[in-house]
Ligand binder design. Structure first.
Ligand SMILES: [Cu+2]
Length: 129
């Protein structure tokens, strides 16, 4: 009889524990999905974009601005750094990089196709690595 009561108590304890752990996990999942959904409207990025001259600068910045959500795009001829301000609710950084690559310029994550590269003006054919 006593053995039965003790067994029942320990069983209840473990159920309570399991419920607590489950609750904690659900809370954690809820938190992490909320964090993922909350996108930055003014996300700042600095990426490397390959190019040579002032013509490249105009082309790169134009391609960036043609991407929805891009609020600011400034490319530096010397450092090859593109500073971006992007509304991530509208487009991702990858989408911006894809547009720039389509204009013929290699970026960190997206390389231009050979055809798009060949379309560049002669003086703009930067050295590819
Ligand atoms: Cu150029």
């Amino acid at each position: 009889m006593w053995g039965f009561v003790i067994k029942l108590k320990t069983k209840n304890k473990s159920i309570v524990m399991k419920t607590k752990i489950l609750g904690l996990m659900l809370l954690l999942i809820a938190f992490s999905t909320q964090a993922q959904e909350k996108k930055n409207k003014n996300a700042k990025f600095t990426i490397e974009v390959n190019g040579n001259c002032d013509m490249c600068k105009k082309r790169i910045e134009k391609a960036a601005f043609e991407t929805k959500g891009v609020k600011s795009a400034v490319w530096d001829i010397e450092t090859h750094q593109l500073n971006l301000i992007l509304n991530e609710e509208k487009r991702s950084l990858l989408a911006v990089e894809q547009n720039i690559a389509k204009a013929g310029h290699d970026t960190n994550n997206v390389k231009a196709t050979d055809a798009d590269y060949d379309n560049l003006h002669g003086c703009c054919r930067y050295e590819r690595d």
